[in-house]
Design a protein around this ligand. Structure first.
Ligand SMILES: Nc1ncnc2c1ncn2[C@@H]1O[C@H](COP(=O)(O)OP(=O)(O)O)[C@@H](O)[C@H]1O
Ligand SMILES: [Mg+2]
Length: 448
């Protein structure tokens, strides 16, 4: 069911209950008033008859009929009886309607009673007179009142059904109006495809929820658009980088094969081919690692002091003659520098930074300091090479982007972007300290 229909139904439902309560309240009050009103009339009638008749001290049946005639305001289906002290009816024949003795007793006890008997209402009155005490009982049918109540009921029912119908229509109109901006958003969103991510939804100046939704959606589109672009340029860059060494290899081999060469020439060519193949291999390895960050997900508890030691060990072996110093400033609490993460990925990420430090400093001394702080463990990696220009800091983490200081150093510009991706996955922040003048400093913050 659409929200629009659900809203109008709920709206009508609530209104139906409320209206029912109000109408029922009015009906019950009116019915109560009718009863009180009719009781009053019965009471007045009983009193008048008793006064008129008993005041004359004449208890004959003919006289009573006379009084009844004199007092023409009959109530519908009226039955009126007067009983004396001995519960004996006066003025009426024994076979006519008699009230039970208990009722007469109740009148004597309470002086005045009223109750309902089917559709009839009964009023009883204890009347003191100089000729004795009498009980006057009167009952009648409030036909006129019931008729009015019935009419009221029909009117109310009609009004109820009609108002519900109107309410349902109004509810639909209202919800359609309220939801029309959403329908518009849906219509606009339907048009957007991966090829039209540059489209944006039209945002209004108002600060309502729908506008907020539109702005949020536009932000998401912006984000998607950017990552699609990044994706595209990544592929373009990767293809370009892969093609460069292959073109060099093909060119070199073709030239060499064009005519017979000496063994020396072949050796030189093969060496150049080997060189390019090694670069190619490194690039492919980097790309594979990049792809791996999307697949690897196994997290385990890693002791950062051990991890950094393993990375250092690896790079000392890979780059002969390198000098990597480890400085530990950790407290006794091991839990503080135990970090949940993917060992393999973090190994690659920290390794890339150490590799850069060795490469861009020409194998000068690299220092890794691991410091325990209250809410984080900090790993700082410094080298004695050159500082990173402040303007470069923003882009060196983008794939295939290299700093202006990288001229003359081999590389593709993938290392830091890969590291940054891995650190982001682990909620680790990377900071390049541009104040550091002796070389460069990378500061990694592992939150506790
Ligand atoms: N230790 C460092 N010293 C100086 N510059 C650095 C250092 N580490 C990174 N850079 C700069 O960041 C850029 C990006 O690094 P990276 O992504 O690893 O690419 P690559 O090493 O292939 O150049 C480098 O080209 C360089 O300009
Ligand atoms: Mg690098």
């Amino acid at each position: 069911m659409k929200i629009r229909d659900r809203l109008s139904l709920q709206f009508t439902g609530i209104f139906a209950v409320l209206l029912f309560l109000v109408l029922a309240g009015i009906y019950i009050t009116t019915e109560k008033n009718r009863r009180i009103d009719f009781n009053d009339r019965l009471y007045d009638r009983a009193l008048t008859v008793a006064e008129l008749y008993l005041a004359e001290d004449n208890l004959s049946k003919e006289k009573f009929r006379d009084v009844q005639r004199k007092f023409p305001l009959f109530l519908p289906d009226e039955i009126i009886r007067i009983y004396d002290n001995a519960y004996q009816p006066v003025f009426i024949k024994q076979d006519e309607y008699q009230w039970p003795k208990e009722v007469i007793d109740r009148v004597v006890g309470h002086k005045q009673i009223s109750y309902r008997l089917g559709s009839r209402q009964v009023v009883g009155l204890y009347y003191n007179d100089n000729s004795g005490n009498f009980v006057v009982l009167i009952s009648a049918n409030d036909t006129y009142g019931f008729k009015r109540m019935h009419e009221l009921f029909i009117d109310m029912l009609f009004a109820y059904v009609l108002s519900l119908f109107i309410m349902f229509l109004l509810g639909r109109l209202f919800s359609r109006n309220a939801l029309s901006p959403i329908s518009k958003v849906i219509k606009d969103v339907k048009i957007i495809r991966s090829t039209s991510l540059d489209r944006r939804l039209e945002a209004k100046g108002s600060k309502d929820e729908i506008n907020e939704l539109v702005v949020t959606f536009n932000n998401l589109l912006e984000h998607l658009d950017q990552s699609f672009d990044a994706q595209k340029s990544f592929i373009a860059n990767a293809s370009h980088e892969l093609r460069t060494p292959i073109t060099a290899i093909i060119g070199d081999v073709e030239v060499t094969l064009a005519q017979p060469r000496t063994a020396d020439d072949y050796t030189q060519t093969l060496n150049r081919v080997l060189n390019e193949a090694v670069k190619l291999n490194e690039l492919i390895e980097n790309l594979l690692e990049m792809a791996q960050t999307n697949i690897e997900s196994g997290f385990e508890d890693i002791r950062l002091d051990e991890l950094i030691w393993q990375v250092k060990d690896e790079w000392c072996n890979k780059v002969p003659g390198s000098d990597i110093e480890l400085v530990y400033r950790l407290g006794p609490d091991i839990a503080k520098y135990t970090f949940p993460g993917n060992r393999h990925l973090l190994f690659i990420a920290i390794g890339n930074i150490i590799k850069n430090a060795l490469k861009f400093s020409g194998n000068k001394k690299v220092t890794c300091t691991i410091t325990g702080q209250a809410h984080a463990t900090i790993i700082s990696i410094t080298d004695l090479g050159m500082p990173i220009p402040e303007a470069d800091v923003k882009r060196i983490f983008d794939p295939f982007k290299r700093g202006t200081n990288s001229a003359g150093f081999p590389g593709f510009g993938i290392g830091l972007s890969l590291s940054e991706k891995i650190f982001r996955l682990h909620n680790v922040s990377v900071h390049v300290n541009t104040e550091y003048r002796e070389g460069s400093e990378f500061v990694l913050t592992f939150p506790n």
